[in-house]
Unconditional design. Structure first.
Length: 90
């Protein structure tokens, strides 16, 4: 991994493993507010650069997920949702 700065933009490099996995460099995780279990979304336009953003849920989406049957992996518990609601971070 290396990072360099040109024109006030940061460039970060990472290596793809044989399984197609990439460890996101800590600078990028911090910038996107990512933690263990965070989800990211890749937007891939027909032309132009790929964009990466953290997946943020609306509070109503979280309640809907919590109300549906068994809790899927990665879905917040009610306590986690209440804590997130208090921090206004979903």
């Amino acid at each position: 991994m290396s990072s360099a700065s040109h024109n006030s933009a940061m460039t970060i490099e990472a290596t793809v493993t044989s399984k197609g996995q990439v460890t996101l460099p800590s600078e990028l995780r911090k910038r996107l507010g990512l933690r263990k279990g965070s989800r990211i979304r890749f937007s891939i336009p027909t032309i132009g650069p790929v964009e990466v953003e953290p997946v943020r849920y609306e509070l109503e989406d979280l309640w809907r997920m919590a109300d549906v049957g068994p809790k899927p992996a990665g879905v917040m518990s009610f306590d986690e949702m209440n804590a997130a609601k208090g921090r206004r971070i979903w």
